[in-house]
Design a protein. Structure first.
Length: 365
């Protein structure tokens, strides 16, 4: 572990410093190590990195992404009061995938859960990663449906990365880690508290290109996520419901305030596909720069003449083909294929069509 990483661990455990104060100090001194070496270092600075943090980071698929780390997700940097660091379990490159946040009530109706599953599975097959908060209700339905569809899912949590809340979602969390990542700004050992979940919501909103609210009451934390997404300049979508359903009132308020009313996943796809293609340029640069190679199960950064790309071209042909069919034909993962298809789409070799299908546009010269 480098001196810079150890310095970050000490600063993150410094009481009352917070993300704002930490980032201000880093900006003044250019690095955590330089700040600690200066005369201005925080008075309450921990003497050494916490043993629990060091032990947590020693295990596979665990990483601390700090503000000055090139793997820190670029979209999250744009929110108000971004986290100074993220504790990540899983694939750090998943944080750079084009994402849709899907949120809603913990006490969702059967109809709300069905909508969350339908929208999430359809959009996952279209190439969007699905991000949520790992909570009961809409969150859990969105995560599960995305994974069942072979997609990438990300969970932002309001506690330490070494814990799962609710405990009933432990198996779901393991699936998310296997196909995406769980992220937190809270260090290992941090127990869930009510005040932590609104802070977690800004990570959900900040990682995604847009936020879909499926079902929410007027007091739902999902409205906080939607507001934070709007303030960050992201798209906000809401599904309307019956005027007699109290869990539709939050969505109706969002629509009155300017959220886009949606009745099908296709409407979200049409809105976000151009943004996803723009974001793919950043993703491509990130994954193909060898200096940024993630340390946890990275998506392979390949040139388009490599064997995997040749295999993908042969598997596609010129008739539209689904992501599921490409997985079966190539043996590659959804994570790998998503990045490769985005790269080929940017190069003009592939076109994506509604319903998450892809086809080649021409033979390469």
């Amino acid at each position: 572990m480098s001196d810079e990483q150890r310095a970050w661990l000490r600063l993150l455990r410094t009481p009352r410093l917070g993300s704002v104060g930490l980032l201000a100090g880093i900006e003044r001194h250019t690095s955590a190590a330089a700040w600690i070496a200066s005369a201005e270092r925080p008075k309450a600075l921990a003497q050494h990195p916490a043993d629990s943090d060091l032990q947590w980071l020693e295990r596979d698929q665990r990483q601390l992404l700090t503000w000055n780390d090139p793997d820190y997700p670029a979209l999250l940097r744009q929110v108000a009061d971004p986290p100074a660091a993220l504790w990540v379990v899983g694939d750090t490159s998943a944080l750079w995938q084009p994402q849709l946040a899907v949120v809603g009530s913990r006490n969702a109706s059967a109809g709300g859960l069905a909508l969350a599953r339908d929208f999430s599975s359809t959009l996952a097959r279209s190439g969007l990663a699905i991000t949520s908060g790992l909570a009961l209700g809409i969150d859990g339905a969105a995560h599960s449906a995305c994974l069942d569809a072979g997609g990438i899912s990300l969970g932002a949590v309001g506690h330490g990365p070494d814990q799962i809340y609710p405990r009933s979602h432990r198996a779901l969390a393991e699936r998310i880690i296997a196909e995406g990542a769980i992220v937190s700004e809270f260090p290992p050992g941090t127990s869930p508290k009510p005040g932590y979940f609104p802070r977690r919501n800004r990570i959900i909103a900040g990682l995604a290109l847009g936020t879909l609210v499926v079902e929410a009451g007027l007091a739902s934390g999902s409205l906080i996520t939607a507001r934070l997404a709007s303030e960050a300049g992201r798209e906000v979508f809401a599904i309307p419901g019956s005027i007699h359903n109290p869990l539709a009132k939050g969505c109706h308020r969002l629509i009155r305030d300017g959220a886009k009313l949606v009745e099908s996943a296709q409407e979200i796809y049409d809105e976000l596909a151009p943004l996803a293609r723009q974001w793919a340029e950043s993703l491509r640069a990130h994954l193909t720069d060898s200096a940024l190679a993630p340390t946890s199960a990275p998506t392979k950064a390949l040139g388009t003449d490599d064997a995997e790309y040749l295999q993908l071209r042969e598997a596609m042909g010129f008739d539209p083909v689904s992501m599921d069919e490409l997985v079966e034909r190539t043996g590659l993962t959804v994570n790998q294929l998503s990045s490769m298809l985005l790269k080929l789409e940017l190069d003009g070799e592939v076109v994506s069509t509604p319903g998450g299908r892809y086809s080649r546009t021409h033979e390469r010269g």
